[in-house]
Design a protein around this ligand. Structure first.
Ligand SMILES: Nc1ncnc2c1ncn2[C@@H]1O[C@H](COP(=O)(O)OP(=O)(O)O[C@H]2O[C@H](CO)[C@@H](O)[C@H](O)[C@H]2O)[C@@H](O)[C@H]1O
Length: 479
């Protein structure tokens, strides 16, 4: 079976968040299930520079009249189609924002062009490869099923996966006439959303199936609290909605072989972790306060509850904890964290920026990772934490609820606990969970059991890849 994945970022070529981890790992995981997944992504400079021996396999005209090329290449085991369209993608900023952090004003054009190219590949644009199914990720690719539906390709199964409902690709109605779609596409059945154009809404309306990245988030987005204005539509499509929890690439994230950490280790050999703990403290200029070393690796955003980290930093230090934060994002949150670091030199360390190797060392060296998200479609850093013996302390929401087993009395005595959960997402509830963690940490046996239990969790893609494979088969059976 051939599946075309369409995505705006793919690890290891280009990554701004968890989406890239998923689109980079899923094709490899599907390989053993008889599925050939090839991935269409934009030819950003970072991508073009890393390609070896790209081959031009097709040219096409975008809906806006520009000439674009499709290059085929292989990278890190991935079969790629790269959309070479310098007018859209050869920019000096990031994939979505310019060097000052502002959204590119033509993002709608850039990602409509990407999605349209995906639809054209489904139509048979390429000489030797046609997908049986198109799998589009997030709003940047969500127009692929829209173009398919309205240009005579509605008989080809399509899927939209929501990695984060907060980003919807919403633009003014004035762009609609330029999208090359028939007038009826600007309707409630298409991409019209309260008078605007919404790429994600269009995809959710027109794809054969909608998936999201955990079963709990699939339920949550049916409610007004988590539905971000789309809960009505999502409920209407409830029978075509599925939550499949993310896995992680266990080859890239393996403490036994990880080249980015100070000492490699495996389950049952946790003592070597202390070298990583020391390396982490050194890297952040921190001293051991006697309690746990907590880490945070995150986009600094309201979603992630980072304000609660800043709010509790003083208390964490007073209790003997140490805090190391790696992240970038909201300037107010960066400022609040940096202020905590200057109040507690040597006990709170903050690195503002994006640093993949350092994120590995943090998982390998910290005792626990803090993830107080207000909503979390899946979350990957708790999965890395489990694999690295870095105990996750998480809000009980979305994929965090589905992947961490809370250390309540029953779970502790059954020896199945892997972390700590709390709800609601308030400073008080978070503090209670941290208190439980401080207590558990004082008993090294209890703590080691939590770590070992986490390291035994199956966080690989195996089961979830089987679920995607099952979904693809069920869609093909309906053709
Ligand atoms: N400063 C930094 N330096 C280095 N690495 C950093 C970093 N900040 C973040 N990262 C890395 O980026 C990734 C973030 O993953 P998350 O699951 O938290 O995703 P995100 O919210 O971006 O994605 C959305 O999509 C993913 C994938 O489906 C969902 O898991 C998630 O819930 C949803 O919000 C992790 O690999 C993390 O290590």
């Amino acid at each position: 079976m051939n599946v075309l994945s369409v995505a705006s970022e793919v690890f290891p070529l280009i990554k701004t968040g968890g989406l890239a981890d998923v689109t980079g790992a899923l094709p490899l995981a599907l390989d053993g299930n008889g599925i050939r997944m090839r991935t269409l992504l934009p030819g950003y400079p970072a991508v073009m520079q890393q390609l070896t021996k790209p081959r031009k396999i097709a040219t096409l005209t975008s809906v806006f009249g520009d000439e674009m090329r499709i290059l085929a290449a292989q990278h890190a085991g991935l079969d790629l189609f790269v959309l070479d369209a310098p007018g859209y993608f050869d920019r000096s900023g990031g994939p979505y924002v310019d060097t000052t952090g502002k959204d590119y004003p033509d993002n709608w054009k850039r990602f409509a062009a990407l999605s349209h190219a995906g639809a054209e590949i489904a139509r048979g644009l390429l000489p030797d490869w046609t997908p049986d199914i198109v799998h589009a990720h997030d709003w940047q690719a969500a127009m692929a099923p829209v173009y398919m539906r309205y240009t005579g390709l509605g008989h080809i199964p399509s899927i939209v996966t929501v990695h984060n409902l907060a980003f919807q690709g919403q633009f003014g109605p004035e762009i609609f006439p330029e999208l090359g779609l028939p007038a009826q596409a600007f309707s409630i059945e298409g991409l019209e959303y309260y008078g605007d154009v919404s790429f994600l809404k269009g995809g959710l309306r027109t794809a054969w199936e909608v998936t999201t990245v955990s079963p709990t988030y699939a339920q949550e987005i049916r409610t007004p609290e988590f539905g971000m204005g789309l809960d009505g539509l999502i409920n209407a499509r409830a029978s075509e909605l599925m939550g499949i929890v993310n896995g992680i690439d266990t080859a890239v994230w393996d403490p036994a072989t990880d080249p980015h950490i100070a000492a490699n280790y495996g389950p049952g050999a946790l003592r070597a972790r202390s070298k990583n703990r020391q390396a982490l403290l050194d890297r952040f200029g921190l001293a051991d306060g006697g309690g746990p070393v907590f880490c945070v690796v995150s986009r600094l955003a309201w979603q992630k509850g980072i304000d609660l980290i800043a709010e509790l930093a003083d208390w964490i230090v007073a209790e003997g904890g140490t805090l190391a934060v790696l992240g970038t994002g909201d300037q107010g949150l960066e400022g609040a964290l940096l202020a905590a670091a200057s109040r507690h030199r040597g006990r709170v360390g903050v690195v503002i920026g994006y640093n993949e190797p350092l994120s590995h060392l943090m998982q390998a060296g910290a005792d626990a990772i803090l993830i107080p998200s207000r909503f979390e479609p899946c979350g990957l850093t708790q999965l890395y934490g489990l694999r690295y013996g870095c105990v996750p302390i998480v809000a009980r929401t979305g994929g965090l609820a589905d992947t961490v087993i809370d250390a309540n009395e029953a779970a502790l005595s059954a020896r199945v606990a892997t972390g700590f959960q709390f709800a609601p997402v308030t400073a008080d509830a978070f503090r209670q969970a941290l208190r439980r963690a401080f207590t558990a940490f004082r008993d090294p046996k209890v703590w080691a059991r939590l770590q070992n239990q986490g390291m035994k969790s199956d966080v690989s893609w195996k089961r979830s890849a089987e679920r995607y494979a099952g979904l693809y088969s069920s869609l093909l059976a309906r053709v």
